[in-house]
Design a binder for this molecule. Structure first.
Ligand code: SF4
Ligand code: SF4
Length: 466
């Protein structure tokens, strides 16, 4: 083992414990080759050799995106997520607190693996049952705010198109880039900060949920927002950093208090001694627990694009998107970068200026592919209107907080499970989710309205390149 080792605990997402490191360098290669980030390097030689960063700065102060792909590949746990299990147990056992939990789309197709089940098992109902047994006061769904993201982001895309094509506004940025993957956000902030204006201003579903939890939910349930503890279960380590961003306090409190990975939830279920496989499936609680199939597929690469097209096409034309069973196959798959286009024909009167326009879209997953997309934009070779980018290979279902191992075969099984979940849901389009309609009727009033801007949209920060 290394002498004089350090344990870097400055990052809210990742702990780097050199005492456990066997210097196999898998993390260095993962960061460089899979993600193209190069946050980790090898320093010194011989028995002093160690895995380091730029000038040995803490992980939190360098270009690291917190994607957690190095954690997935580290054989010893020298790289691991920052764990918030104790904090969550104490919140649950505090009778003065109302603890609510949101579950990301990809968790329900990964958690089973930690519980001894085969990859690709859908455990949505068992997971909800387990969370209720653990003592959460309300079990709600990030898929609900995934649907909300689509309504806000779809309207943002249409508003940008209108400004560009009708008002001839040259300041409007195209392509518009998705903003729900916090690893991707940190990547662009460090490496392509001159393109931050291309990002959708929509917060991620996790953060939209957080700001509504302590406003809309608190009001509807007659709760003091200062007594609400908002927890999320994510397939992602970058979500922990995202929840700590100083701007994520739009509710007047920290919008999301604690973020746990799929792996941490599995630990809690085991600590509580629950026989997961035998649990009777339960249903999400109401108000922010309903979702469409479009919300579920956010967990797979191409899913945000597909969900957005299902809604945007209908807003423009009043008709279903022209793909069999609403399945937009060209945006699905495993290619690192994929392309699709839809020609708009016979739009509603309000969108007449889009008649004949070919809406061009692209999808990229894994940051090495994000680099290709960004370099194309930089070199003037990108004529797309809308691009979805996810930091992790496969999208969230291959996230750095998912069960280990995660490999291409396992990702494929989880992908099939996500699309099966979508196909089984009675509502497949985000704007048709009745709880989303109620949210606009009772609280937000309209997409991109004043309250939406205050609670659901955000800004980005230019960061250093090292
Ligand atoms: S979390 Fe991602 S970006 Fe950071 S060191 Fe690990 S692989 Fe690289
Ligand atoms: S993958 Fe883990 S054990 Fe291997 S060099 Fe990196 S931190 Fe050390």
């Amino acid at each position: 083992p290394l002498k004089n080792y350090t344990i870097d605990m400055f990052s809210p997402s990742i702990i780097k414990d050199d005492s456990k490191c066997i210097r196999c360098q898998r993390c260095v290669r993962t960061c460089a080759e899979l993600q193209g980030v190069n946050a980790l390097t090898v320093a010194y030689k011989g028995d002093k050799m160690k895995i380091s960063t730029f000038f040995e700065k803490p992980m939190n102060d360098v270009v690291c995106t917190n994607c957690g792909q190095c954690i997935i590949h580290c054989p010893t746990g020298a790289l691991i997520e920052r764990n918030y299990i104790e904090e969550v147990w104490s919140a649950i056992s505090d009778p003065t607190k109302h603890v609510i939990i949101q579950t990301a789309p990809a968790v329900r197709v990964g958690l089973g693996e930690e519980m001894g089940m085969e990859p690709g098992e859908r455990v949505t109902g068992k997971m909800v049952a387990a969370l209720k047994r653990l003592g959460f006061d309300s079990v709600l769904d990030t898929d609900f705010t995934a649907d909300l993201t689509i309504v806000e982001e779809g309207n943002e895309l249409l508003s940008r198109l209108k400004k560009a094509l009708v008002d001839n506004n040259k300041d409007v940025k195209f392509p518009m880039l998705t903003s729900c993957s916090p690893g991707w956000i940190k990547y662009i902030e460090h490496l392509y900060p001159e393109y931050l204006g291309h990002l959708s201003t929509c917060k991620s579903p996790q953060q939209m949920f957080g700001s509504l939890a302590k406003t809309y939910y608190a009001k509807a349930r007659n709760l003091d927002p200062s007594k609400i503890i908002s927890v999320s279960i994510m397939p992602c380590t970058a979500k922990k950093f995202e929840a700590h961003r100083p701007e994520m306090h739009d509710s007047g409190y920290r919008d999301v208090d604690y973020v746990l990975t799929t792996r941490e939830l599995a630990i809690m279920i085991k600590q509580a001694g629950l026989d997961f496989k035998e649990l009777e499936p339960a249903k999400y609680d109401r108000l922010m627990g309903d979702s469409s199939g479009a919300g579920v597929i956010f967990g797979a690469t191409g899913g945000v694009m597909e969900a957005a097209l299902r809604t945007a096409y209908e807003l423009i034309t009043g008709r279903d998107v022209p793909f069999e069973n609403l399945n937009i196959m060209p945006v699905r798959g495993v290619e690192g970068v994929r392309y699709a286009s839809i020609k708009i024909e016979d739009p509603l009167k309000e969108w007449a200026f889009l008649d004949g326009v070919e809406l061009k879209c692209a999808v990229a997953h894994g940051l090495v592919n994000a680099k290709q997309v960004m370099d194309d934009i930089k070199n003037g070779k990108s004529d797309f209107h809308f691009i979805e980018i996810m930091a992790c290979p496969g999208g969230c279902l291959g996230g750095g907080g998912q069960p280990i191992p995660t490999n291409p075969e396992i990702r494929q099984k989880r992908t099939e499970a996500i699309y099966a979940e979508d196909a089984d849901l009675p509502i497949r389009k985000s704007h048709m989710n009745p709880e989303i309609q109620k949210l606009y009727n009772d609280f937000l009033k309209e997409p991109l309205g004043e309250l939406s801007h205050q609670l659901l949209h955000t800004t980005y920060t230019k960061r250093e390149r090292y």
